[in-house]
Design a protein around this ligand. Structure first.
Ligand SMILES: NC(=O)c1ccc[n+]([C@@H]2O[C@H](COP(=O)([O-])OP(=O)(O)OC[C@H]3O[C@@H](n4cnc5c(N)ncnc54)[C@H](OP(=O)(O)O)[C@@H]3O)[C@@H](O)[C@H]2O)c1
Length: 243
């Protein structure tokens, strides 16, 4: 590297990343991968015992916090605890999510409310709580785990798709809102990923995306400099004509 030239990507060492829903599935894979790369982690999950068991081997330098996407005050408390522990926050991965399924003409309103609360409102308020810290770094990052279902509708999960389309809109709202302060917001839009969520829903043809592969893509999004921002990125496990 020539003297005075910036590195092409932002090195992980010392950067502080919050990951929601870190106790299993994609969130756990992301936490493990980022830890291996040298990020400092603040992990949120609604069941502290499950989180402690899942990340017991990551060591004491990882902050574990009770974050329930349906319990609003836990968002600000988690952000405050992270800032106090590490002195800064570089990035937030909004991963926690739920998929409920009902026929489009027989909506289950409780399930609809749950998906709106967890998939849309929670990452909105958590991001707003974290933004002052992200802005302070001049290169803060938010990565939202969205879905193909937030980019196109292919039948099957109407309420989930509505919530993920809204989460895609949230990604753009945050992107516009915080861009001038160096914050970059990226929405990753996978198809079926091999976790509990896809196991308990409609059968998928072929091989699903490995959550560890998605973790590598999250790390890539975190590493990009301010001058190379991805707004949304579809990740296909099967051939798609549109996304
Ligand atoms: N798997 C897929 O095929 C797929 C595809 C596209 C996008 N996604 C998205 O990827 C993200 C992660 O999904 P996944 O596949 O890893 O699913 P998963 O294995 O079902 O894990 C979901 C995670 O979200 C957490 N969560 C749910 N409700 C919560 C709440 N109220 N407060 C805090 N955490 C909560 C869960 O915690 P508990 O263990 O306490 O329930 C768990 O940690 C979601 O946003 C999902 O929509 C998944």
């Amino acid at each position: 590297m020539a003297e005075g030239k910036k590195p092409a990507t932002i090195p992980p060492a010392g950067r502080v990343v919050m990951v929601s829903g870190a106790n299993r599935g994609i969130g756990l894979a992301v936490a493990r991968h980022l830890h291996g790369l040298g990020y400092r982690l603040s992990l949120g999950a609604r069941d502290p015992a499950k989180l402690a068991e899942a990340v017991a081997d990551l060591g004491d330098d990882v902050l574990q916090w009770r974050y329930d996407a349906e319990d609003r005050p836990t968002a600000a408390a988690w952000v405050a605890a992270t800032a106090e522990r590490f002195g800064k926050i570089d990035a937030l991965v909004n991963n926690a999510g739920v998929l409920r399924s009902f026929p489009y003409d027989q909506p289950d309103e409780a399930q609809l409310d749950e998906m709106w609360a967890v998939n849309v409102k929670a990452p909105y308020f958590l991001s707003l709580a974290a933004l002052p810290h992200l802005r302070e770094t001049g290169q803060g990052r938010i990565v939202n785990i969205l879905s193909n279902s937030g980019l196109r509708y292919a039948g099957g999960v109407p309420g989930y798709a509505m919530s993920k389309f809204a989460a895609t809109a949230l990604t753009h709202v945050l992107r516009y809102g915080a861009w001038e302060d160096g914050v970059r917001v990226c929405g990753l839009c996978p198809g079926a990923v091999d976790t509990d969520m896809s196991k308990t829903n409609a059968p998928f043809p072929g091989e699903k995306t490995d959550p560890n592969t998605l973790a590598v893509i999250v790390a890539m999004a975190l590493s990009l400099p301010n001058s190379a921002s991805i707004a949304t990125m579809p990740i296909n496990y099967a051939l798609e004509s549109v996304v």
